[in-house]
Design a protein around this ligand. Structure first.
Ligand code: FAD
Ligand code: EPU
Length: 350
């Protein structure tokens, strides 16, 4: 059954910016999803499939229907060496992580407290504290929007990368993630190589998954603003990948620059670049670069999407002027008829 909710999107995305749309429908089953999606396509209406809205910025009124992923259900299979978890896409990711630790299934602890639906996790291959979704993923089930059949993709077929997957490329707007399959080894090895987790190694007693979970939660709560109190969408920009020689040139000029080797490239800490431009606390209207974490833009209460766009453009320009490094936003921009981006918006104003 179709449930129409309020057409103001403010409660449905973590930036909590007031923006309207034509209709909002909760999706509880694949059959319902197919029926509604097909009828919207026939009516030539724009459709947006949304999880918890923790990685989006609505730049305008969305002239279409927003479908909210509420496909619920979990199945667990115990194998000899692994726990296999089949999780329907609408399940809340941080709740799943906490539940898995309580059940004694180790492996998800580094990915604690990342907001969003489980079905959204593969889209940008969520990652934190040295672990990415791809490290625990066995498969991803998708509804193909041409055949209307559910198909299973292996982890390899998902072509995961840093904040990247097949869902941003070949399968962009061609598939909806309806479930994910996780494979967690019973012979668990802690992953505590990432900076702030290293100190967990100091004790003689082996560290537990629960301890890592607790540490990750406390670091995140101290570093990142809580969207329930201050609207935001996590890191606004991705950490940019640059060629090694570019990194060495920058390092010669700025010896403290933070970069991590990633294949033959170097991933720069965008937060450091923005911070060194003196932009922490910089405001445009109600939008502000977070005073403690420069990679996050916050809504101080009454920010408009225009404020966030102006601020993002300013940050991008300042970083370019100082370092000649191009920042790309991680947050997905949704315009009046579908996805857009900062460059397109700035171009359209010329
Ligand atoms: P949404 O914002 O609802 O959707 C994101 C995009 O995916 C949209 O384009 C949407 O159309 C598309 N989409 C959603 N669901 C589906 C689906 N089932 N099938 C196809 N397309 C779909 N991310 C990290 O990687 N690491 C972090 O540490 C991290 N920390 C964060 C901290 C905070 C405070 C916040 C607010 C965000 C953070 N994020 C982080 C970003 C965010 O949590 C992730 O991107 C998350 O996976 C988004 O889930 P969602 O359900 O909210 O997706
Ligand atoms: N830094 C500064 N100033 C700042 C912010 C950061 O100098 O204002 C420096 C830090 O001191 C550190 C480096 O930049 O040396 C990296 O900072 P941090 O460890 O906080 O990580 P990040 O690069 O800011 C990334 C992810 C986060 C993820 C954390 C932990 C991206 C775009 N962001 O942030 O993911 O939680 O690492 O793994 O990759 C998200 O994607 O939304 C997100 C929050």
């Amino acid at each position: 059954m179709q449930t129409s909710l309020t057409p103001n999107l403010k409660p449905f995305h973590t930036f909590a910016i007031s923006q309207t749309c034509s209709n909002v429908v909760e999706i509880h089953s694949i059959e319902q999803l197919i029926e509604i999606y097909q009828s919207l396509l026939e009516a030539k209406q724009a459709v947006l499939f949304l999880g918890k809205g923790s990685n989006v910025l609505f730049t305008d009124h969305f002239d279409g229907t927003v479908l909210l992923n509420r496909l619920m259900g979990i199945e667990v299979v115990e194998g000899e060496e692994h726990w296999q978890l089949h999780i329907n896409g609408g399940e809340d990711w941080p709740t799943i992580v906490e539940w898995s630790i309580k059940q004694g299934y180790a492996g998800l602890e580094n990915l604690a407290l990342i907001p969003g639906c489980s079905g959204s996790a593969p889209i940008q291959n969520i990652g934190a504290y040295g672990v990415e979704f791809q490290d625990v993923c066995e498969y991803v089930d998708i509804l193909c929007l041409d055949s209307w059949k559910v198909k299973r993709l292996s982890k390899l077929e998902c072509k995961f990368g840093y904040r990247d997957s097949i869902f941003k490329h070949e399968l962009y707007q061609k598939a909806i993630v309806v479930a994910v399959g996780l494979k967690l080894a019973k012979y668990w090895k802690p992953n505590i190589a990432y900076g702030p987790l290293k100190s967990l190694d100091e004790s003689d007693v082996p560290v537990t998954a629960k301890e890592i979970f607790n540490r990750v939660c406390s670091i995140r709560m101290s570093k990142l603003p809580d969207p329930n109190r201050q609207g935001n969408a996590g890191s606004f920009f991705k950490n940019p990948m640059v060629e090694r020689n570019k990194f060495e040139d920058l390092q010669a000029q700025y010896p403290d620059i933070v970069g991590y080797s990633s294949g033959d490239k170097v991933k720069l800490a965008a937060g450091w670049l923005i911070d060194q431009c003196g932009l922490k606390g910089h405001q445009v209207g109600g939008a502000m670069v977070h005073p403690q974490q420069a990679l996050v833009i916050v809504n101080q209460g009454e920010a408009t999407s225009k404020d966030v766009i102006e601020l993002a453009a300013y940050v991008k320009q300042k970083v370019w002027e100082k370092y000649q490094v191009e920042l790309e936003h991680e947050v997905r921009f949704i315009g009046s008829d579908g996805e857009t981006n900062l460059t397109q918006i700035l171009e359209s104003r010329k």
